[in-house]
Design a protein around this ligand. Structure first.
Ligand code: SF4
Length: 165
């Protein structure tokens, strides 16, 4: 009991001694030119033909460990509520139409984030059956996140380059 009281007594000072959780401006990733989001980024995620590996990493990036939300980025359920699209996979025949419909529903101006090698350059499915086109033949991405799959820290860095936080 005595020990517990002693811990309680020092805990308010611990938080004063910790390093701040935010980075200094010099430590932040450079912001993407021409994007003015004022610290908040709402993204609609569209999987146009991924293997689901990128989705696992996106989930981690937005989860409590990597916490992209603390830098202002989050996913939303509708393109009409979004500042942009987070696209994974190479465009399959089945998803070419829904991708175009989602792009048409986005308010302008919007940002397009290509996440993973499949979205960036076709990746391992480039010559596979059922592929309609490369993503950049449908829309030009503003931000590319290479990797198969990219690490959550890469995803968070890319999102921070858009939010500027
Ligand atoms: S980049 Fe790799 S992990 Fe991501 S969807 Fe393509 S094959 Fe899967």
């Amino acid at each position: 009991m005595k020990h517990a009281r002693a811990l309680h007594a020092v805990s308010p000072f611990r938080s004063l001694l910790r390093r701040p959780v935010t980075d200094s401006p010099e430590q932040r990733p450079p912001t993407v030119e021409g994007v003015r989001l004022r610290g908040s980024l709402q993204l609609r995620h569209v999987d146009v033909g991924s293997c689901n590996g990128c989705e696992v990493e996106i989930t981690s990036a937005l989860g409590p460990n990597y916490d992209a939300g603390q830098f202002g980025a989050r996913l939303v359920a509708s393109p009409r509520h979004a500042d942009g699209l987070l696209v994974t996979g190479i465009v399959t025949h089945n998803m070419a139409g829904p991708l175009r419909q989602t792009l048409a529903a986005l308010p302008a101006p919007s940002v397009i984030v290509a996440c993973g090698d499949c979205a960036v350059n076709g990746g391992i499915f480039k010559n596979a059956q059922g592929i309609s086109s490369m993503l950049d033949e449908v829309v030009t991405p503003d931000v590319l996140i290479p990797g198969c799959p990219p690490h959550p820290t890469q995803i968070v860095q890319a999102l921070r380059s858009l939010t500027g936080r």
